[in-house]
Design a protein around this ligand. Sequence first.
Ligand SMILES: [Zn+2]
Length: 393
Amino acid sequence: MHKVPLEDLIVRQEDMPFFSRKLLEKHQLELLNTQLKRAKAVSPFYKYYPDKVASLEELSTLPFITAQELRENYSKLCLSSLEELTRVRTEYTSGTVGAPKKMAYSDYDSARTTEFFANGLAELIFPGDKVIICFPYTDSLSLGGLIGEAVRRIGAVPLLPGHDRSYGEFLDIIRENEANVYLGPPVLLLSLLRLQPDTTLKRALVSGDHCSETVLSFCEEILGSKLFPHYGLRESGLGGAYTCTAHAGMHIRENDMICEIIDETGSPLPDGDWGELVITTIGLEAMPLFRYRTGDFARILEGTCPCGSEVKRLEVMGRISKNAVMGHYEDILFGFDNIIDFHISDNSVILSVRDNDSELMSAVQKHLRGFDVKMITAKLTDRPMYTGKRRIL
Ligand SMILES: [Zn+2]
C-alpha cells in the first residue's frame, strides 16, 4: 500500500508548496469565493447569492440546487459562453417529465477530468495493460473517450467498445485482446464473469452505479483482486472520487469539489454520519454548481486513510428512495450463481439465467412475493438489461 497519488495531483494543479489539509481548505475557500463572485456577475440565477463567504462552514448558509432546478435553468447555470463550451451533455431519463438534465463542459473541464482519471487509474493500471472500457463512448470528449485518453497516458492500451453491446461482443473483445483490466458498471462485470468465469481479467474499476456487497464479493473472488469503486456523476464533471490501494473509501477530488452530507431537514451532518451527498464544484469552469443535491446516500469517512492520506474519503450506498431497494434486490438475487442479470419494475421481475431450472424459480419466488416472476435463458447475443443506472421502474 502506498499513499494515494491524488495529493501530488492537487499540489501540482493548485501550485501548493506541499499537501496539508489547512492549505487545501484555504485553497477551497479562495476557489469558492472566486466562483461565487463570477456566478453572481454572470447569471441572474445567482442574484440573491452572496459574492463571498467568510469560511467553508458558511457554505451551509447558501441554498441548495436541486436536479429539478438544474433541468429548468440550464442556460442560467451555465456560466461560459456557447463558444467556450466543448461539450453539452444531455441526459434524457425515462419517466422524467419536462426538460432533460443538461451539463456543459469547457476544454479546461475535460482536461482536468482526464488528469484526475489518469491519476486515479494509475492505482490499478500499469504500462502495457489491456484495458476494456465499458462506458459510453462516442468520441474523444465522451466519458469513454476521456478515460481512454487517461489509460493511454499511463502507457496502457484502451479498448473502447462503448457500453451498449451484447455480452458476446464484450467477451470477444476481452478474449481476442487478452484484456486484463475492466472499467465499467459493476453488474455488467458480474454478468460477464458469470458467462465466462475463465477470464483474462485480473483487476477492475467499477463506476456508474452502486456496487452491492454480493456483486463486489463475487467479482473479487473470480478476479482474485479487490475492486476499485469510483464515484462520479455528470454534475461533478464525470470524475468525483476514487479508491486507493487501501480500499477504504474513495478519495474526493477536493480541489475541484467540496462535499457535504445533509440530513432530511437539510442540516449538515458531521463526518461519519450517513445522509444525502451535496456537492459544490469549485473546480468546474463552464458550470460550477453550489450545493447541488445529488440524491445519493453517502457518508464522509472520518480521519486519515490507512494509505496515510488526509484527502477526504467518500462511501456511497446508492440512490436515496427506490434505488436503495434496488441494492437490496441485487444482494438477494445475485446471491444465486445462476442469475446473470435481472430487470425489475413495480410488479414484475425478469430474470436472465444461465440454466432455466424450476428449483431456482421456487427459491427465488420466496424472496419476490407479490412480483410476477419471469425467467429467460441468457444468450450471448443479449445486451445488459439496463444501459444506465439500475432502478426500479
Ligand atoms: Zn487512501
